[in-house]
Write a protein that binds this ligand. Structure first.
Ligand code: HEC
Ligand code: HEC
Length: 371
């Protein structure tokens, strides 16, 4: 009797611990290849439309989970100290509250970390748009000497020696661990991160004005209004939407303002896109980021020069460098006149920007650390 009681309680313990594993996410697995296909319509909301997805890398539950494990695993850095999530933290919409990211042995990255969501809709990645696919992108931070400082042969060997990854690569791809499948799994996970639940997204495209407070609504009109000065030199609109418009709060078309100089400096300091293409018209030009979740992704701009949204708005209101050789025409649409927004207009604009925070993204268990 005693013995049975003992066995039962052992059984109970095993049961409890496997349940905890399910909740903590990484499910126990026998390394059996029987992937569960995930329909993209379950991931992407109808109102965003369907992004162009890589045809050779269909979403599977196992692929997304493997990508998520790798994203959170410090084993991907040479001294096992840094994971992707060290610089891309969920509570900050997968950005990081630092002007320049800190990587391997405290070395600084040259730019500010970027938030990660709705990446499936982007056509290129990084502040200078130098990479076109996420499967290529992952190899950059892994190998950068000031980020994860890893070498690819070492990483491959590490994954191959790790029982959990041997099982999981088998389960997701029916192969032993290899770097190509690693990059596909991470691509699946990164593509699957969606931000859609902000109040701004409930408001957009503006059919129901009651979703926003009076101040936020005034901010919406400033944000989406064209720059036109009245006789008193007051502008109703600040024309943010040309480069940060639509339901993703981001212009995806490079030639329409998706890549621009917003006049931060009188002349290019960091060459941005020009550093990649070497063309004059790209010098000091950067990807215009989405403003979804902007309230949680400080500091701002590619070099993290602004600590607060107030500082950002002051830049657009009275600090634009119209001398920048590649300032976007939309920035100078008003003949090089500073907007000089009133205190109230600035507050309203900031209130509107704050309605773009999707608090579910910041805690969504589907994107959290699975270990
Ligand atoms: C040391 C900090 C650090 C680590 C570690 C790191 N990143 Fe980043 N990440 C950055 C910085 C900084 C940028 C912007 C770099 C640039 O534009 O040159 C960035 C940009 C990105 C972007 C581009 C987003 C966009 O909108 O264009 C993606 C995607 C990304 N990282 C994914 C990852 C993944 C996946 C990993 C792990 C393999 C990772 N990062 C590891 C700091 C880091
Ligand atoms: C001509 C295109 C353009 C216009 C118009 C524009 N922006 Fe930007 N915005 C950009 C670009 C490009 C960046 C990134 C610049 C950089 O880092 O060098 C940026 C960056 C930002 C950032 C920081 C984002 C981050 O993740 O760090 C905020 C906030 C912002 N803009 C708000 C606004 C507001 C508010 C307006 C209207 C007053 C506006 N922008 C108008 C192109 C534009």
């Amino acid at each position: 009797m005693k013995k049975i009681g003992f066995l039962l309680s052992v059984g109970f313990l095993v049961f409890v611990s496997s349940c905890t594993k399910e909740n903590g996410a990484v499910p126990d697995n026998g390394g059996v290849y029987n992937p569960t296909i995930v329909d993209p319509t379950e991931i992407f909301p109808a109102e965003f439309g369907m992004p162009l997805l890589p045809k050779d890398n269909p979403f599977t539950e196992e692929g997304i989970m493997l990508g998520r494990m790798l994203f959170y695993d410090p084993m991907l850095s040479i001294d096992s100290s840094i994971s992707c999530a060290s610089c891309h933290r969920q509570e900050y919409a997968f950005a990081e509250p630092l002007d320049k990211s800190v990587g391997f042995r405290g070395l600084r990255a040259s730019r500010s970390s970027m938030p990660l969501f709705n990446l499936a809709y982007h056509h290129s990645y990084f502040w200078d748009t130098r990479v076109k696919t996420l499967r290529e992108l992952v190899f950059e931070p892994i190998q950068a000497h000031n980020e994860m400082a890893m070498t690819l042969p070492t990483l491959r060997d590490r994954l191959k020696r790790n029982k959990r990854y041997v099982d999981y690569f088998k389960k997701a791809f029916n192969h032993e661990p290899n770097l190509h499948d690693m990059s596909l799994a991470m691509e699946q996970f990164l593509l699957s991160i969606v931000s859609k639940d902000s109040r701004f997204n409930k408001f957009f495209p503006g059919d129901d004005l009651s979703v926003l407070s009076p101040s936020e609504l005034r901010g919406a009109f400033i944000y989406n209004g064209l720059i036109e000065f009245d006789d008193n030199g007051v502008t109703k609109g600040a024309d943010c939407f040309h480069c940060h418009g639509g339901e993703l709060s981001q212009q995806l078309n490079a030639s329409m303002g998706g890549i621009a100089s917003n006049g931060l400096d009188p002349e290019p300091v960091d060459l941005g896109v020009g550093g990649v293409t070497n063309r004059n018209q790209d010098m000091g030009v950067f990807k215009a980021p989405s403003l979804l979740n902007i309230a949680v992704t400080a500091p701002y701009m590619h070099d993290g020069r602004f600590q607060t949204l107030e500082e950002v708005i002051d830049h657009y209101s009275e600090g634009v460098n119209f001398d920048h050789p590649n300032i976007h025409p939309q920035m100078a649409a008003h003949g090089g006149m500073q907007l000089n927004l009133s205190k109230q207009q600035k507050e309203d604009l900031i209130a509107y920007l704050k309605s773009m925070t999707d608090s579910t993204l910041l805690v969504n268990p589907a994107y959290s650390n699975p270990f």
